[in-house]
Structures are given as C-alpha cells and as structure tokens.
Design a protein around this ligand. Structure first.
Ligand code: 5AD
Ligand code: SF4
Length: 485
C-alpha cells in the first residue's frame, strides 16, 4: 500500500454505482486474514486527537461501528461522547428508509458550525447511505464541509482514507460498489461488556423489491465456522454472557461456502460452546429449516425469541414484494415454531402503504397480527429507495391513507405487545443484568430470555452480566417491572 499524497489525487473520487452494486458474481469471495494493516506513517495519526462516532440503523451497522472504533483506537484516537470535543466526527449511516437519511443530512448540516471553531476538524460519513449515488451527489454539491466519505465495503481502508483527509487535506470519497473479501483481522472495540454482536455473514441476495440492503451491503458472504467459533470462544474467555449472531438473513449462512447443514449446524456448534445466551437475527421466513427449529428447541442456551419479519399479510402483496412465501406458509412456519419451542416469543417487521396496497390487503395484514399476536412489531410506512424495483412502481395510495394504516396497525401491535407482557405478571424469569437503570440507581434493568426489558428492584449485590431470577409484578407495553427473588 502507498500512502503518499499522490496516491489519491484531489477529485480522484471513487463514487458509488447502483448498477454495479446489483451485480452478483458467481465466484466465492476470499477469506483474508491479513488484509488489514496500519502502515508506519499512519500508526500515530490519533495521538492527541479525539473521535466522535454516531451509528444509525441496524445491528450490522452497530457492529461496523465497533470495528471503526477499534481501528481508530489502534491509531491512538480517543473516543469522546460529544461532537464538540472531537477532531474527527464520523456518522455511520443507514439508508433503509428516507427518514433515516434525512436525519443524517440534518445532523451533517447542523455539525457544520463546529468547523468555524475548529477548522482542522474532519467530518466524515460512512455506512449504507454512502453506498447511494444520489446521496453522495448531494454531499458533493451541498455539503462541502464533509471531508471524508467511505462505504460498507472498505472500512478496512479507513487508516489510509483518514490520513488522506486529515494530513493531505484532500476531500476523500471512496465507495466500492462491489463487495470485497471477508476480512478477518480487523480490530474491534466492543461497546458492551457482557453482550456482543458476532457477524456470521455479510450482504443479502434476497432482493425484496423495496429494499436497498442488497445494493448497499453486497452479495451474501459467510465467515467460516472456525472463524465464528474462534471469535465466540474469545468472547467467552473475556467474560461475555450473550452473543447475537448477525446476518441480513442468517438462514442462508454457509450456502456460499458449501457448508453442510448451514445455519442449523453453526447454531448447534455455537450452542455447544456453552455460552450462556445465544440470539440470532434476522431470519427470513422463506428458508427457515426444520433442522434450525430442532436445534433451537434442543438447546437451553439458544434463546426462545424469533424475529420473523412478515412485511404484509396478503399473499399477492408478498409476491410483489418479492418475499418468496405466501401468508399461509408464514402461518404454518409460525405455528411450527410456536409448538416446538417452549415459551417462544416473536417479533416482526411490517410495511404498510406499499405501492397500490388496497384496504383489503391492509386488512389481511391486520388479520395476521390478530393471528400471531406478536410480542413486538416494528412497523413502517413504505419508503421508496432509488435503484430498487418498487421505486419504479406507480403508486395510487395517498400519504394520509398510509399514515392512517400505520396508526391503525400500531394500535393493534401495541395492544398485543401489552397483552403478551401482561401474561408474565406473577411469573419468575431469568434476567441478564445490564446494570443500574440510567434514571434510578436503585432500579436495575436487563432482558429476559424472550428479550423483554425488565426494570427491577433488588436488595442483593448484583452487577452487569449476572443472570438473576426476577418476579414480574407489573407489565407495560414496552417493558416489565419486577423484583429480584
Ligand atoms: N420502506 C419501508 N420499510 C423498509 N424496510 C426495508 N426497506 C424498507 C423500505 N423501503 C423495513 C423492512 C425490513 C426492516 C429492516 O425495514 O420491514 O424488514
Ligand atoms: Fe432487505 Fe429482504 Fe434482504 Fe431483508 S431479506 S435485507 S428485507 S432484501
């Protein structure tokens, strides 16, 4: 690698391209164990410098944030909690809906003021928004104070890119539209002390017609079982109690590497490590195998909580969304999971106001909510994403109708969230302690096996990472109250 000023000339931008991002190559990607390196020139870039990192969006982004922080600390930067203190501000962004993007653009606008007091401040944007043509164009034209833009596929190049922006004072924009290798030697700064995210694969090949993720995160690439298990063993040795296995669709794990048994086998191997709690997200209802269900049911350390996005309750709509299952198939899978996994809880994602959604189709979405009575539901108004097939569809549903559908849907999903929580009243559950609550130091909080937030009182000496028995005394829509027994 070369790090001199000529290495990337001014205006020698590498811009995103959605057409390239859509391509899928057949060849298997390489697993790189030594690709990440910090050359001597860059090694001390962060001495006496501070960085502020803000991450938006999903858990994959959170985990990327931990890698970014790990890289920056390796360069001797110090992380700070407010942008005012920082020499380098980085927004790690989400592109899944327009309102997420608007928030970031607003934030970038308001942070501009800090350049007046600190002209050497470097402002950066990375993550899924950086993978979008339109957004990078807006940044180029209207946000001249943004010095550095990089995407989801070149985080490992952050040392070089930051050096370029900081030392050579060159606006640096580098976004790759096709995924690279799976890189195994990236540093990580874990933000949690007892719960950790573990990537098991990257990218998505499902191409649901509304979704930008297959474009922003590239094709499905799995990590090897050995690498995933080694990471989990390290976490166990460091005292972590819970891992969440991450992938856009974890059910696809291992298909690209030809791993026999795929996700079911990985899950079983992770369970055998003996770590106390295992979670995974997200599972697509289309390829949720019986073998996976059997493994989840068989191991006590695999948590009985399934995030199973339904998106719509209408089979025609599901087809137009490219979801690959009918609502009857979803219901059958849901019933199978509910009957085989003891005390299982479910959450889901639902989109309303997809182009041309009829009232009858929306009613079927309400029907599936009545049927499944989800413990938790993430509900969204459809947001057109440039480059996706749905964005080209004519849409006859006015925004007021979409908003009204969202309100009616949320009334039902909140009702069931509350009802499901009420059922825990009087019962005792195992809670992994996160620590004292921010608002009241006498109250502790943590999560049950079913991923329910519990605020509880205790007269014992407990600490973050303990697993304690809590009797539930009261239920709210989003949390439970209780006392340690
Ligand atoms: N508009 C609205 N919601 C979306 N999601 C993904 N793409 C869009 C979009 N264009 C939702 C889906 C997905 C969740 C992560 O975000 O429900 O499951
Ligand atoms: Fe998007 Fe569908 Fe892939 Fe989920 S499975 S990331 S909704 S394309």
């Amino acid at each position: 690698m070369c790090y001199n000023a000529n290495d990337m000339k001014k205006n020698d931008y590498k811009l995103p391209n959605l057409k390239d991002a859509q391509k899928r190559t057949k060849q298997q990607v390489k697993i790189e164990k030594e690709l990440f390196e910090v050359p001597v020139e860059v090694k001390n870039l962060g001495v006496d410098r501070k960085f502020y990192l803000r991450t938006y969006g999903c858990q994959a982004n959170e985990r990327d944030g931990e890698t970014i922080a790990g890289i920056l600390e390796q360069l001797h930067f110090t992380q700070v909690d407010t942008p005012e203190e920082a020499d380098f501000i980085l927004l790690n962004t989400c592109a899944v809906r327009k309102n997420a993007e608007d928030k970031v653009l607003g934030e970038l606008g308001s942070l501009k003021r800090l350049k007046q007091t600190n002209p050497d401040l470097i402002m950066g944007m990375c993550g899924c928004m950086a993978q979008g043509e339109e957004i990078v164009d807006i940044i180029l034209k209207k946000y001249p104070h943004v010095d550095l833009v990089f995407g989801t596929h070149n985080i490992h190049r952050l040392p070089k890119l930051l050096y370029q922006a900081m030392m050579n004072k060159e606006r640096t924009i580098e976004v790759f539209s096709q995924e690279g290798e799976v890189i195994e030697n990236l540093p990580v700064k874990r933000f949690g002390t007892h719960k950790a995210w573990v990537n098991i694969m990257y990218g998505c090949d499902k191409f649901c017609t509304y979704c930008i993720v297959p474009y922003t995160r590239g094709k499905e690439r799995s990590r090897t079982m050995e690498d995933v298990l080694a990471e989990i063993q390290t976490l166990i040795d460091e005292g972590f109690k819970e891992v969440t296995l991450l992938g856009q669709n974890v059910n696809s794990y291992g298909k690209d590497l030809g791993i026999d048994g795929g996700f079911a086998r990985l899950l079983e191997e992770v369970a055998k490590t003996g770590i106390q709690r295992i979670r995974f997200t997200t599972s697509h209802p289309w390829d949720f195998s019986d073998a996976m269900i059997d493994v989840i049911a068989a191991y006590d350390n695999i948590m009985p909580f399934i995030h199973l996005p339904v998106q719509s309750g209408d089979s025609d709509m599901l087809k137009i969304m490219g979801r690959r299952y009918t609502i009857e198939e979803y219901r059958t899978l849901f019933d199978k999971l509910a009957s085989k996994i003891k005390n299982v809880a479910f959450s889901t994602d639902i989109i309303v106001g997809f182009p041309n959604e009829t009232e009858e189709q929306f009613q079927r979405t309400l029907d599936i909510v009545e049927y499944c009575q989800f413990d938790n539901a993430f509900t969204f108004i459809y947001s057109p994403r440039e480059g996706t097939p749905a964005a080209k569809m004519q849409d006859n549903v006015p925004m007021e109708v979409k908003q009204d559908r969202l309100n009616r849907l949320m009334e039902r999903t909140n009702h069931y969230a509350r009802l499901k929580n009420e059922a825990w009243k009087g019962k005792t559950c195992k809670v992994l302690v996160d620590g004292p609550s921010k608002k009241n130091k006498d109250v502790y909080s943590g999560y049950t096996e079913q991923q329910k937030l519990v605020n509880f009182t205790t007269d014992q000496k407990i600490k973050a990472g303990d697993i304690v028995d809590v009797e539930i005394t009261d239920a709210k829509t989003w949390s439970l109250n209780g006392k340690q027994v």
